[in-house]
Design a protein around this ligand. Sequence first.
Ligand SMILES: *Cc1c(COP(=O)(O)O)cnc(C)c1O
Length: 391
Amino acid sequence: MDFIDLKSQYAALRDNINSRIQAVLDHGQYILGPEVEEMEAALVAYSGAKHCISVASGTEALLICLMALDLQPGDEVITSPFTFAATAEMIVLAGGVPVFVDIEADTANIDATLIEAAITAKTKAIMPVSLYGQVADMDVINAIATKHGLAVIEDAAQSFGATYWGAPTSASTPAAPRGGAPALGRPGGGPGKKSCNLSTFGCTSFFPSKPLGCYGDGGAIFTSDDRLAQACREIRTHGQSQRYLHTRLGVGGRMDTLQCAVVLGKLDRFSWEIERRLALGDAYARKLQAAAPDLQRLAVRGDRDCVWAQYTVFVDDRDAVQARLKQAGVPTAVHYPRPLHHQPAYARYAQPESCPHSVAAASRVMSLPMSADLTDAQQDQIVSALAGALR
Ligand SMILES: *Cc1c(COP(=O)(O)O)cnc(C)c1O
């Protein structure tokens, strides 16, 4: 069993992906070829954001957004310490200072109620991470940002395809429930808004194991602000506003045409994959509740879904549980074993005893195999192996 099954996905999409790649080899426009704009247009349609700027990776997406905000040395960006290092890494690389705010113990996302107390005169942006595929409290975060004149950058590397309904407003009319049986953690009304289209910027990654992956590195920035979109496009190609006119500092941050072709080849099945991920997440919850009722699962808020980039649970004595699962043929992983303020490179930005929920989560989280191609039988095997390992 693979932790993330990319082979079955390729088998299902083989002709599609092969012909997309072959088309690039035939036309030979390897940099900013037609597939780049085609993919960006497809992702604009999917996300609902006005602009999509494809970039070299999810990490590059975060950097380019921060550069587009014209971050000055010492400017502060509020984020979670319980994330992949790139989130804080790009804040520092852009000249900023990461200000770590603790997570909620049950969702592992930034605790929006703690954000306002962390705002200072130097705060420039809030960077929530949509960890494991569930967005944070974006309505609350956006309201705080508006009040204080801050930008919001969603690190949506794990959540492309996720939906957020948010608190109902008087303007929204409830619509019919979405197709299929009502699922755990999913409200009935309206189409909602997609992750990446919830704030000033949304940044995603096409790293192969992410919910929408390519066959190498890739990423994208989403925004509905014309000026910021133009800034990102210029920064992506060395700050050029025209060929060989470098009006600002930029990077070499383009996404290869070949990788855009792979994403296009995968998009035909993507809506099905998201539905399958949601169903597998609901099934994990149901099966684990029956087989291991004491196990702490990730909470999913009622006004949003989770696309389960990782299906993560909380366990005590994690090393032993992982070892037993490995013996039973079930691979697991830890996302992430240390909060960033306990990493040598970022320890200077917070006291070690701060953010206690992040510290606790780092010692307890464990991710189970997850991908749209995980079979029901495999999932049953994982659940019974985990129930056995916990006994
Ligand atoms: C994967 C990931 C990134 C980085 O994306 P790359 O495409 O690998 O550069 C950033 N933030 C989070 C939360 C991630 O999971």
